[in-house]
Design a protein around this ligand. Structure first.
Ligand code: ATP
Length: 295
C-alpha cells in the first residue's frame, strides 16, 4: 500500500507542478495576447537588427475579412527615433503595435525592420528585438523578482536593481516586507495599474531591445505616477527606436514624429509644431485636451 501511496504522492507533486506551469503558460498567452495564428514559414532565418529602423509600407489589415481596419498605412521610424501614434478610440493605433510584434500577419503591404520583411524571419528573433509595455500588464503568480527577471533570465541582482531604479519601482519593492521575494499577481499582492506598468518598463529595460513599443494606459493613472512613468520613458527612450501609442497628447509633445490616425488611415504626420500649424485634426484634438485639462 505504501508503495502505491508514494508514486501517487509524487504524482500529486507533478500534477501541481504541471497545473502551476499551465497556469503560467496561460498567463504567457494572455500577457502576449497571442492568438497563435501566425506561423513561421519553413526554414526562415533570424532577424538581424543592425540599427532598429522600422518601416510600414502600404499596410492593410483586417481582423475579419469583411471589416478592413488598416488601409494603406505607410510610415517609417528612423533608428533611435520616437514615433507617437494618436487618434480617436478605435482608429487602429494598437493594431499597429500588434502587427509590428506579429501577433497577426498583414493582409497587404509589408513591415520591415532594417530592411527585412518581418513576415520572413522567425517570430522568436523578431520578439527578441522588441520590448513591449502593454496597456495592462499581466503579472505571473510569482515573486516580484521573477516578474522582472522574465525580461532577461540571466540578469544579475545588480542589473535588476538598476532597472527597478530606472523604472521608479525600486523604492516600492524595497518598502515591501518581503522585498524582492514578495509574491505578486492574482494570487499574491495586487499591484496598481501604475506599479504594473513600471514593472513592465523594468522588464523592457532588462531585455535591452533595440525597439520599444509603449502602449499608454487608457485608464487614468494619478498624475504623480504618470509623471514618474513619463520621466522614465524620457530617460530610456533615446536608446531605443520607440513606437508610442498615446492617449494623452501632453505626453508626446517631444516625439520626433507624430502620426495621426483616423478610421484605419494615417491622416496627418509631423512634429507637434508642424501638426499644430496644419490646423487640422491634431490641432482640434490638442485644443480639446487643453480645455479638458483646465476644467
Ligand atoms: P483605443 O484608443 O481605444 O485603444 P485603438 O486606436 O488602439 O483604440 P485598435 O485597438 O487598434 O484601436 O482597434 C481598431 C479597430 O479594430 C477597432 O474597431 C476594434 O474594434 C477592432 N479590433 C481590435 N481588436 C480586434 C480583434 N481582436 N478582433 C476584431 N476586431 C478588433
Amino acid at each position: 500500500m505504501l508503495q502505491l501511496f508514494l508514486p501517487l504522492g509524487a504524482l500529486g507533486i507533478v500534477y501541481r507542478q504541471v497545473k502551476y506551469t499551465l497556469a503560467d503558460m496561460d498567463m504567457v498567452f494572455r500577457l502576449l495576447e497571442t492568438p497563435q495564428e501566425v506561423q513561421d514559414r519553413p526554414g526562415v532565418g533570424e532577424l538581424q537588427v543592425t540599427q532598429g529602423e522600422i518601416r510600414f509600407e502600404d499596410v492593410n489589415f483586417a481582423y475579419q475579412p469583411e471589416r478592413p481596419i488598416l488601409q494603406g498605412v505607410s510610415f517609417s521610424v528612423p533608428a533611435g527615433a520616437k514615433l507617437a501614434v494618436v487618434g480617436h478610440s478605435g482608429a487602429g493605433k494598437s493594431t499597429l503595435s500588434r502587427l509590428l510584434y506579429r501577433f497577426y500577419d498583414v493582409t497587404g503591404g509589408r513591415i520591415l525592420i532594417d530592411g527585412q520583411d518581418i513576415a520572413g524571419v522567425s517570430q522568436a528573433s523578431l520578439r527578441k528585438a522588441i520590448g513591449i509595455v502593454p496597456q495592462d500588464t499581466v503579472l505571473f503568480n510569482d515573486s516580484i523578482r521573477y516578474n522582472l527577471q522574465y525580461g532577461n533570465p540571466q540578469a544579475t541582482q545588480a542589473e535588476l536593481e538598476k532597472a527597478a531604479d530606472m523604472a521608479h519601482i525600486r523604492r516600492f519593492i524595497d518598502s515591501l516586507p518581503d522585498g524582492w521575494d514578495t509574491m505578486v499577481g492574482e494570487r499574491g499582492l495586487k499591484l496598481s495599474g501604475g506599479e504594473k506598468q513600471r514593472v513592465a518598463i523594468a522588464r523592457a529595460i532588462l531585455k535591452k531591445p533595440p525597439i520599444l513599443i509603449f502602449d499608454e494606459a487608457t485608464s487614468s493613472l494619478d498624475s504623480a505616477t504618470e509623471q514618474a512613468i513619463q520621466q522614465t520613458l524620457h530617460e530610456v527612450a533615446g536608446r531605443y527606436t520607440t513606437l508610442m501609442i498615446a492617449h494623452r497628447l501632453s505626453t508626446i509633445v517631444d516625439a520626433d514624429r507624430i502620426l495621426v490616425m483616423d478610421g484605419g488611415k494615417v491622416v496627418e504626420q509631423g512634429t507637434h509644431a508642424e501638426l499644430l500649424a496644419l490646423r487640422g485634426q491634431y490641432q482640434r484634438m490638442w485644443e480639446l485636451q487643453l480645455r479638458d485639462d483646465t476644467r
